[in-house]
Design a protein around this ligand. Structure first.
Ligand SMILES: O=C(O)CCC(=O)C(=O)O
Length: 305
């Protein structure tokens, strides 16, 4: 465990070289035990307050809604490591809270993130922070080292229990399961993975939840392709074409919901945009999801409590 979060903690040259060659790094100590417990308690406190786990929308760009998430995306130890890989100007572009309830069948099919994120840059990295033990039994992330050098074909399966929005999956003939490894983490540790790395995870067979907060960072010079989208500057200065989000930690609950809803609405335009080769059924499905989601988001913004 890290002794103090305040000392700069860049990666060393061998770690940087490993990331460039293999597309991942793991494990990295970032939070001390007290902070890991406190942040999990804050997240679960928010869930208790609303009477159910965070929904899909709250898991994305959670830093616009919750202080615990704002703290994590700005955490100096996380940002120091990320800076070693993508430079000093850093945007947080998206988050996904991946919670697998105790004994749940939820899984993540093997996929590459780059295929559907709409950023034209190589400098996109995910910091996956464990807030509970991530082990083989709890459904830790599994990866194919070195698979971040080319994009592979993947299909949208919409499979039940798949935690990905579209059930994106790389067909088994493109995978090399003998090379796959597990990225075990203890609470307070993180892994880093390149957005082209092939990764996924299995079900949680333990009696505790498996909680991982995936923070997507991109170099502030990155070129946003597709529809305009927003991101939060978390270190350095902005030089790209993302719309800048504002930090919401001093805002009221209602104002936070508005900022969050607006940011997600912009992102929806890209995330649910069908690929050129999509079939008619897929196109219709995605257009309907986008239209419904956009409509609901206007309603949510209007009625924010
Ligand atoms: O948490 C998981 O099991 C999968 C995470 C993932 O797909 C990601 O961080 O991109």
């Amino acid at each position: 465990m890290k002794k103090t979060a305040q000392q700069p903690s860049p990666l060393d040259n061998s770690q940087i070289q490993h990331y460039r060659e293999q597309g991942y790094l793991c494990p990295i100590d970032v939070l001390d035990q007290t902070d890991a417990i406190r942040l999990r308690a804050a997240l679960e406190g928010a869930e208790d307050l609303q009477g159910h786990p965070l929904d899909r929308l709250q898991c994305n760009k959670s830093y616009l809604l919750f202080d615990w998430a704002d703290e994590l995306v700005h955490h100096p130890a996380i940002l120091d490591a990320v800076e070693s890989l993508i430079g000093p100007d850093i945007l947080c572009y998206m988050t996904n809270l991946f919670t697998k309830e105790a004994g749940s069948q939820s899984y993540v099919s093997m996929h590459q993130d780059a295929a559907y994120w709409g950023v034209d840059a190589d400098d996109v990295v995910t910091a996956w922070v464990a807030l509970s033990p991530a082990t083989k039994n709890s459904g830790v992330m599994k990866i194919e080292p070195g698979s971040h050098k080319k994009i592979l074909p993947q299909v949208n399966t919409y499979a039940k229990d798949n935690l990905l929005t579209r059930g994106q999956e790389i067909a088994s003939e493109h995978l090399d399961s003998d090379r796959q490894i597990y990225m075990d983490l203890q609470p307070g540790q993180m892994s880093l993975h390149h957005y082209l790395l092939v990764h996924g995870s299995d079900a949680n067979t333990t009696s505790d939840r498996r909680i991982g907060f995936a923070i997507r960072y991109v170099a502030a010079s990155a070129n946003k392709i597709g529809q305009p989208e927003s991101a939060l500057l978390v270190r350095g200065k902005n030089s790209g074409n993302f719309i800048m989000e504002k930090r919401t930690r001093h805002l009221s609950h209602k104002a936070r919901i508005r900022e969050h809803t607006r940011a997600l609405r912009r992102q929806m335009q890209n995330i649910f945009e069908p690929e050129e080769n999509a079939g008619l059924k897929e196109k219709l499905r995605l257009r309907a999801t986008k239209t419904l989601g956009t409509g609901l988001s206007y309603w949510k913004e209007l009625t924010a409590r």
